[in-house]
Design a protein around this ligand. Structure first.
Ligand code: 3HC
Length: 278
C-alpha cells in the first residue's frame, strides 16, 4: 500500500498516539489541534513515546519519525490529506462540526474516519459530505502499543472504503477487527462498558484498590479497572457513558460524574481514582 498523507484531528490522549503510529510506518502526518498548548503537549507525548521505543530497541531514528509529523492549528493546512482521522472528545456537536469543516477542505475522495468509542458511525456520517467515504477506525489506548483497531462500517460506508480501511490498519501492522454492525460499543466496548458498570456497582461494598487487585491478580488484567478508567480518562469515560446511555446502552458509574465535576480527569491531569502526579 502506498504511503498516505494523513491528518489527525485532535492531539489529545488518543490523537497524539494515532499520529505517532502513522508516522512510525512512514506516512506524512498533519497533527491538528485548535489549542496550541494541547498541540504542544501532544508533540511532547509523542517524543516521550518515541524515546521509550528507542530505549527498547524498537526504533532507531526518532528524529526521522518525529519529522514526519507536521503540527498545524489551521484546518485549511490539511487540504491534501488522503485520510483524515478525527480524535476529538466524545461530544456529538464537536465531532459533527469537525466533519462539516473537514468535508469542505479535503478532496471529496479522501477517506474521513472517526476514532469515536461510543457514537454511532451512521449518526456522525450525517455531518460528512459524501458519507460513503466515512467509517470508524477505533484505536485503543495507547495506540502505539495496542494491537487491535476496530474498523467500523456505517450504513452508508462503501464496501470498497471499508476494505481500504482494513488495508490501512494492516499497513501500520495493527490487527483490524472488522465491525459490520454499527452498534453501541462496536465489539470491545460492548464488553468493557459492562465491566466498568459492574465494577462501579461493587464500590458500594469494596474499595477501588480491592476491586483493581482482583482484576489484576485474579483475572490477570494488564491494569486495574479503575486504573484503566483513569488511564483512558475520567472525562472521556464520563462523556461516553452519557452518550451511550442516551442510546439505550447501560454504562452507569455515578462516581464518574463526581470526579468529572471536580476536574479529576484521571492520569492526564494527575488525579482520578488514583493520584498519578508522581
Ligand atoms: N509509548 C511507548 N512506550 C510506552 C507507552 C507508550 N505510549 N506506554 C507505556 N510504555 C512503556 C512504558 O514506558 C514501560 O516501559 P519501561 O518499563 O521501560 O518504563 C512499558 O511500556 C510498560 O508500561 P508501564 O510500566 O506503564 O506498565 P505496563 O507494563 O502495565 O504497560 C500498558 C502499560 C501497556 C498501558 C498496560 O498497562 C496495558 O496494556 N494496559 C491496558 C490498556 C488497555 O486496556 N487499553 C484499552 C483501553 S480501552 C480503550 O482505549 C477504548 C477507548 O474507547 C476508551
Amino acid at each position: 500500500m502506498h504511503k498516505l498523507k494523513v491528518a489527525v484531528i485532535g492531539a489529545g490522549v488518543m490523537g497524539h498516539g494515532i499520529a505517532e503510529v502513522f508516522s512510525l510506518y512512514g506516512n506524512e502526518v498533519y497533527l491538528y489541534d485548535k489549542y496550541p498548548d494541547a498541540l504542544e503537549k501532544g508533540l511532547k507525548n509523542i517524543l516521550w513515546s518515541l524515546n521509550k521505543l528507542k530505549e527498547k530497541g524498537k526504533i532507531t531514528d526518532t528524529e526521522r519519525v518525529f519529522s514526519r509529523i507536521k503540527p498545524v492549528n489551521d484546518l485549511s493546512q490539511i487540504s491534501d490529506a488522503e485520510l483524515v482521522i478525527e480524535a476529538v472528545s466524545e461530544n456529538l456537536d464537536l465531532k459533527s462540526s469537525v466533519f462539516k469543516q473537514v468535508s469542505k477542505i479535503v478532496s471529496k475522495d479522501s477517506i474521513i474516519a472517526t476514532n469515536t468509542s461510543s457514537l454511532p458511525i451512521s449518526e456522525l456520517a450525517q455531518s460528512v459530505e459524501n458519507p460513503h467515504r466515512f467509517l470508524g477506525l477505533h484505536f485503543f489506548n495507547p495506540p502505539v502499543l495496542m494491537k487491535l483497531v476496530e474498523v467500523v462500517k456505517g450504513v452508508k460506508t462503501d464496501d470498497l472504503i471499508f476494505s481500504k480501511g482494513i488495508e490501512i490498519i494492516k499497513s501500520i501492522e495493527k490487527v483490524p477487527i472488522p465491525v459490520r454492525k454499527d452498534v453501541i460499543g462496536f465489539v470491545v466496548n460492548r464488553i468493557l462498558f459492562r465491566i466498568f458498570t459492574s465494577a462501579c456497582k461493587l464500590l458500594k461494598e469494596y474499595s477501588v484498590e480491592e476491586i483493581d487487585s482482583l482484576a489484576k491478580y485474579i483475572l490477570e488484567f494488564p491494569m486495574g479497572i479503575f486504573e484503566l478508567l483513569d488511564y483512558t480518562g475520567i472525562d472521556t469515560n464520563y462523556l461516553i457513558s452519557n452518550e451511550v446511555r442516551k442510546r439505550g446502552f447501560d454504562f452507569t458509574c455515578e462516581i464518574l460524574k463526581e470526579l468529572y465535576e471536580k476536574g479529576y480527569y484521571g492520569a492526564k491531569v494527575g488525579k482520578g481514582f488514583y493520584d498519578w502526579s508522581n
